[in-house]
Design a protein around this ligand. Sequence first.
Ligand SMILES: O=C(O)COP(=O)(O)O
Length: 218
Amino acid sequence: MKKNIVFDLDGTLLDTLEDIAISANFALVSLGFEAQEREKYRYFVGEGVFKLFENIFASNPQTPERIQEAVTLFQSHYAKQFNQNTKLYDGISKMLTFLQKRGFKMAILSNKPDSFTKMCAMKYLREWKFDVVFGAREGIPRKPNPEGALEICSLLHVKPDACYYVGDTMIDMQTANNAGMIALGALWGFREEAELKEHGAKYLVKNPSDVIKLLAEV
Ligand SMILES: O=C(O)COP(=O)(O)O
């Protein structure tokens, strides 16, 4: 039985791009830097909030203290911004209902700070039962390190190879493979097919109804 599925959050279950971009641009402008185009955030997001600003400042590196200032400004802004434009991607609701009815155990593993991950899950995903919701937590290495994914397996009492992991970036495909899970690359999210293929997607799904088709026989 492989009725276990772990989801990435940003760019997979939720389209969070706009609110992340607004809050990050607030932090940048507050510190005297230029705001970045919303589309660029597709590539900045994925490895947690500190790395978000490291990525933004890639061509103009800043001290860790400066980056931390940006992170702090981002976090206080995002606490109020996170639910302004964010939404479930089309078809997610139907997919989650299907999986739940079919008896799948479901979990979330994100590199978004743990408190924000839980706030988003409470706001947008409370209709469905997620056995575990983990964001980035103190002392636990971020994805693509498999520690969080393996902890979920042990909490669910399942083996990694009996778990699907659905995500939209190379970080997610690497996480799934590092943990020994079955990697599903979601093409509706932040990144492109080539990236997901290159980093070990076992299956590519164009939309959430493809997940239903793929897992209908499991
Ligand atoms: O916020 C991030 O950096 C990434 O979040 P995700 O792991 O849910 O894609």
